[in-house]
Ligand binder design. Structure first.
Ligand code: SF4
Length: 614
């Protein structure tokens, strides 16, 4: 018997943990293979590759992003090879498993909830069936002795027997996680190269947010600490670059989080990054003090805020304490070593556009490294699904089930927010406009981050700017700054120089658009070239700029960029990094950027300034 465990990830860089667990449960007795695809691959190509495997069963891990393509693949596999069993599992089929079976005659099995035990028991039954009947599908006919064992697998639904057991009475979780073998102890370097590695130390969540499927199970279960340590040690020794923990709240148990963070710090090889979802208001002094001492870039936190409106949070049963959360986020920000990514959800109950604006402003005022604005999804099986009538929800009936409107936001409001989200993502979360946005916010939009992105979105729309091109993004940002030139704190000349700095900071040889160029450079271009030529002939300069001592000046010349500035940007940047407070010093200088240096954890290339006379 040969089984394929597969899924379609949303990007090449992603990988799937579930199929690895399933494989670990059956690999000792079943010829089983894990193969992961992406939703961007040609579906015919995927079908061809699966069919070449000659599998007796193909098991798919199903999510919002892959369910449509997965169903097409499964249907075609069954048409080509009716004897091949099709098994589906994952959150997208868990909460209506019986309907999935009834509506899709090509599906033989659906596992609801955590599937490791179920697939293991199913594999045992299939091995017996194969022994007795030769071809597995034939063994499951009417009056088959295998039907009763199949029906006894608590969270398995099958097309071969009636699914009369009600959903609530089925146990969807594995109480004792020690039955699941480790999945990464024998991993090879090439299996994780250029991939994000997903890892979990625990399952379940202590909270019960109404829009989240994790709220449907109770309590948190932990994997054995020694096993976790051994796997993580192996992964880091292989050179993993990023390990993302899928634990629902990494710090739900303070003392375990303290131990784990301390252990992860001991694994630091200078370039690994660990990403967690944390509940920021729960962080206590010992964890904060430890985090403070971590290498810059070692940790990355994702923090769900979702809303700052009390009525909203109460209705969705979300236990945020925004004041404590803000305090901790700002404290961690002051350490300057952890990337913090905060989340908001639009479309929650009791939050109209005006109130959402406040949530946005509250969160943006913390100046997170990224702010993700998501739209509420009414997920199958989530508690909020039962309240759609109370709040007038209309939502897409197909993945990702996002809200179209509710009693508080019209479709036009949601559509408007989508435009704001688009510019937030492109202009803020990419970090491309780090210095110019921060300046604009402090000088003009303080406390009104939402307005900044709303105004930018309006400028893009009114001027029909095609922001697919980077130069056009910068043009939109320049127009936004100029439109605010009358504000007392706004220094437009300085702002345009910050835009130029952001542009130069994007990478090697970006040809500067004319609307960002220094007028002084235009007037004295050949003199400036001469200046740079002289600069590169001095080896001390090149070393100071981050080149090796033996670099040839001609090679260095090809790897740098420069521009005349009327303000001291190096001083400005270092002040921001140190204290967040900045003085603007007017002094004509040439800023020289070394693209060969790589970016530091702040996202800056190595740069130097030299006095220059115009
Ligand atoms: S949203 Fe986060 S905190 Fe809330 S139930 Fe889900 S996993 Fe837990």
């Amino acid at each position: 018997m040969k089984i394929l465990l597969t899924t379609l990830n949303s990007k090449f860089i992603h990988s799937n943990l579930a199929v690895k667990y399933m494989h670990a449960m059956i690999r000792d007795r079943v010829d089983s293979v894990v193969e992961e695809f992406t939703i961007n691959e040609d579906i015919e190509e995927i079908l061809s590759r699966i069919m070449q495997g000659g599998y007796d069963m193909v098991a798919f891990s199903c999510y919002i992003w892959n369910i449509e393509r997965t169903m097409k693949l499964a249907e075609n596999i069954k048409k080509i090879s009716p004897q091949t069993m099709i098994l589906l599992g994952g959150p997208e089929v868990t909460y209506d498993a019986d309907v999935v079976i009834k509506k899709n005659p090509f599906v033989d099995f659906v596992i609801a909830g955590e599937g490791e035990k179920a697939i293991s028991d199913l594999a045992d039954i299939m091995l017996q069936a194969e022994d007795s009947a030769g071809e597995i599908s034939r063994a499951f006919g009417e009056n088959s002795p295998y039907l009763e064992p199949l029906m006894n697998i608590t969270n398995l639904y099958t097309a071969f027997a009636p699914c009369d057991m009600d959903f609530e009475s089925r146990s969807l979780v594995i109480t004792d996680l020690s039955i699941i073998p480790p999945v990464y102890l024998e991993t090879k370097k090439q299996e994780i190269e250029n991939k994000i590695v997903y890892y979990e130390t625990s399952r379940g969540c202590t909270f019960s947010c109404a829009y989240c499927l994790s709220s449907t199970t109770k309590g948190v279960r932990f994997f054995d600490y020694d096993r976790v340590k051994a796997e993580l040690t192996h992964l880091v020794s292989l050179g993993a670059r990023q390990i993302k923990f899928v634990d629902r709240t990494f710090n739900s148990d303070e003392s375990k989080a303290l131990d784990m963070i301390s252990f992860l710090m001991s694994l630091d090889d200078g370039s690994i990054n660990f990403h967690f979802e944390i509940t920021a208001h729960l962080l206590q002094r010992p964890v904060l003090d430890l985090i403070k001492t971590a290498r810059r870039g070692l940790f990355q936190f994702e923090i769900g805020v979702q809303s700052t409106n009390d009525a909203t949070l109460r209705e969705v049963r979300r236990a945020n304490r925004f004041e404590e959360l803000s305090h901790n986020v700002l404290e961690i920000k002051s350490y300057g070593n952890v990337h913090q990514h905060l989340d908001l959800i639009a479309g929650l109950p009791y939050e109209d556009l005006q109130r959402f604006r406040k949530s946005f402003n509250d969160v943006f005022s913390l100046k997170p490294d990224a702010l993700q604005l998501g739209f509420l999804k009414i997920l199958k099986g989530s508690p909020i699904e039962k309240t759609v009538e109370n709040h007038g929800y209309s939502y897409r009936s197909y993945p990702p089930y996002e809200v179209l409107k509710n009693s508080y936001m019209s479709y036009a409001d949601i559509d408007h927010l989508r435009a704001v989200e688009n510019v937030l993502d492109r202009f803020y979360n990419t970090g491309r406009f780090r210095y110019s946005i921060e300046y604009l916010y402090d000088a003009v939009y303080c406390g009104r981050g939402y307005d900044l992105f709303e105004d930018l979105s309006a400028i893009i729309k009114d001027n029909k700017i095609n922001i697919v091109r980077k130069e056009e993004e910068f043009r939109a940002m320049k127009l936004l700054g100029l439109s605010r030139s009358e504000c007392d704190c706004m220094n437009t000349d300085f702002y345009v120089e910050l835009l130029r700095l952001d542009y130069m900071n994007m990478g090697r040889n970006p040809s500067l658009p004319a609307f960002l160029a220094s007028k002084n450079a235009r007037e004295g271009e050949s003199r400036l070239r001469e200046f740079i030529f002289e600069f590169t002939r001095d080896q001390q300069n090149l070393v100071e700029l981050g080149f090796a001592e033996d670099v040839h000046y001609k090679d260095a010349y090809k790897k740098i960029n420069w521009s005349i500035f009327e303000y001291d940007m190096v001083q400005y940047i270092s002040e921001i990094k140190k204290s967040g407070k900045t003085d603007i010093v007017k002094v004509v200088n040439v800023l020289i950027v070394n693209y060969d240096s790589g970016k530091d954890h702040n996202g800056d290339y190595r740069m130097l300034r030299r006095a220059y006379e115009i």
